[in-house]
Unconditional design. Structure first.
Length: 551
């Protein structure tokens, strides 16, 4: 299979590379001419906003925040009450938990009757059998695989945009959104494990496609569940090619070219080919290899980035209280920010949602492959993601930028359409990753080189996880054959080179719209299936208490 994949990839890639070597402007124009109308139409629907004074609030953002608040209250604030348990599960304290012997779902003798009929406790027999499967990866590997898709350029560039547009106060609302998002991740990842399916070879298939289809069918909404599942899968495939692949390759290539001091299209293409080879080596091995790579890369990349931030904060320890003062005061005043207080709040919530993907449902695909008999155990682990991604990493970035600007190096409240600030000392216009790089570089000279490595690692790990997400959706739509597997991987790897070679503004807008289009069916499904999550939590906590009483 690997030889056939290599042959197909080479056949597809050679003309693609030749195409990418045309004049960059011509390629961009061609792509944008094709994609821009569709991107504008889809984005207009997905990000439809309600006008409110000087600002507009995207409905998708309202849905995310309200649903996250609902889950937080409904499940008894799991973002706080289950945090310690999540740490214990990740470190392996409950790895030896076994299922109830009276419900031995792996026992063939238990597989009697109609598999679609509910059991005495209201479960579905074939679903119950799935719950008993041990899965493919450990809780830590599932967590790092999912984190590798969320901890990325949003933490570097997204935070800079939030602060440039919304001021320091946006950080406060970003943290709050991250805390609320923990409950959404907890809900969707519990359902991801509960409704996953197991292939004859032990391969796990899971994610919103499955809990929307199977879970809503249990509620008597089979037709709606199928429509939601298919729509979600299509959007997930598109998001994996765009935001989860081309955008990552494009930004990593741009940072690499800036480091070596060239704008050559060939350099971008060559960089893309190298990245494609490494991505291909990993994704051919499936979720097990992705999990093994992620558990090594994620701690390293987060460690490098956070360590640099901690060093800068230690160097500027005396300015930290003042920075937090600006964050808290700016959160409720919004002075000088378009839309005032609401403008600050929206920027904070928007960037947090775009960064940690809580409510999008994508992370449940990776978590579905975990080795566990209790779905709620992985939901509890998953709530750590928004905390690490937003509350820790994003806050570190924000503090470094606020301290960099403590003496008024640039003005807050810039135009959201550009999100670029003008430095008072040099007159340079910086935005996104460049602003973050300058903030770090001002304290640690030469850090832009380290940041380049971090950006490449962030992009690489994100592509690994999103390739798995997209493949799961692809197989849901087109079947689980080797040809389906091979065709998706060839396309995904080819688009790594495309993303690195050209500028893809319209494509990124289009893929972002597809990613956030997933929120609507996912959130509706989560709310309908929330009682199922509560049942699973009760089962798992009972097992945990029994385990603790014996130790």
């Amino acid at each position: 299979m690997k030889k056939r994949l290599l042959l197909l990839l080479t056949t597809f890639l050679l003309p693609l590379i030749a195409f990418c070597q045309e004049t960059p402007k011509g390629i961009d124009d061609k792509i944008n001419e094709i994609i821009s109308p569709a991107a504008a139409w889809v984005a207009g629907i997905v990000f439809y906003s309600i006008p409110l004074g000087e600002i507009s609030i995207p409905i998708v953002l309202i849905v995310l925040v309200l649903a996250a608040t609902y889950f937080t209250i409904y499940f008894g604030f799991p973002n706080f009450t289950r945090f310690g348990l999540a740490i214990n599960v990740v470190r392996g304290k409950y790895d030896d938990l076994a299922g109830d012997p009276s419900e031995d779902v792996n026992n063939p003798e238990a597989e009697v009757g109609d598999p679609d009929m509910p059991t005495a406790d209201g479960d579905i027999l074939k679903t119950a059998r799935t719950e008993g499967h041990t899965g493919e990866v450990s809780a830590f590997q599932a967590l790092t695989a999912a984190l590798s898709a969320t901890v990325g350029l949003g933490n570097i560039a997204g935070v800079a945009i939030a602060i440039a547009v919304g001021g320091p106060g946006a950080t406060f609302w970003m943290i709050l959104a991250g805390l609320l998002g923990m409950a959404s991740k907890f809900t969707e990842c519990t359902l991801g494990v509960k409704y996953r399916e197991i292939g004859p070879d032990g391969t796990v298939y899971g994610g919103p496609m499955y809990y929307l289809k199977k879970g809503l069918a249990e509620k008597g909404l089979a037709g709606l569940g199928k429509i939601f599942a298919i729509f979600y899968a299509i959007m997930l495939v598109g998001g994996s090619f765009g935001g989860g692949n081309m955008f990552q390759a494009n930004q990593a290539a741009a940072q690499f070219k800036e480091m070596i001091g060239t704008e050559s299209t060939f350099a971008g293409t060559a960089f893309g080919v190298v990245v494609m080879i490494f991505v291909g080596i990993v994704i051919i091995g499936g979720i097990k290899r992705i999990g093994k790579v992620a558990e090594r890369i994620v701690p390293v990349m987060v460690g490098i980035y956070v360590s640099a931030a901690v060093i800068i904060l230690i160097m500027n320890a005396g300015l930290i209280p003042k920075a937090f003062g600006q964050i808290f005061s700016g959160a409720f005043t919004g002075t000088g920010i378009v839309g005032g207080f609401l403008g600050v709040l929206i920027q904070g919530f928007r960037r947090a949602a775009f960064s940690n993907e809580a409510g999008v449902g994508s992370a449940s695909v990776a978590h579905s492959a975990v080795r566990t008999r209790y779905p709620a155990s992985e939901g509890i682990v998953a709530l750590l993601e928004p905390f690490i991604d937003t509350v820790v990493v994003c806050t570190m970035t924000a503090l470094v930028i606020v301290i960099f600007n403590i003496n008024g190096e640039f003005a807050y409240g810039v135009d959201p359409s550009s999100s670029a600030v003008t430095l008072a000392t040099t007159g340079e216009s910086l935005g996104g990753v460049n602003l973050t790089a300058r903030a770090f570089d001002s304290a640690i000279p030469g850090f832009r080189y380290v940041l380049t490595i971090a950006v490449i690692l962030f992009a690489f790990s994100t592509m690994l996880s999103w390739s798995y997400y997209g493949l799961q959706a692809w197989k849901f739509l087109f079947g689980r054959s080797k040809m389906a597997d091979m065709s998706y991987k060839v396309l995904f790897l080819a688009f790594v080179v495309v993303g690195a070679a050209v500028s893809l503004g319209a494509v990124v807008d289009f893929s972002d719209a597809m990613v956030f289009a997933m929120i609507f069916p996912n959130m509706i499904g989560l709310i309908i299936l929330a009682p199922k999550v509560r049942e699973e939590v009760a089962k798992y906590l009972k097992a945990v208490r029994a385990h603790d009483s014996k130790t």
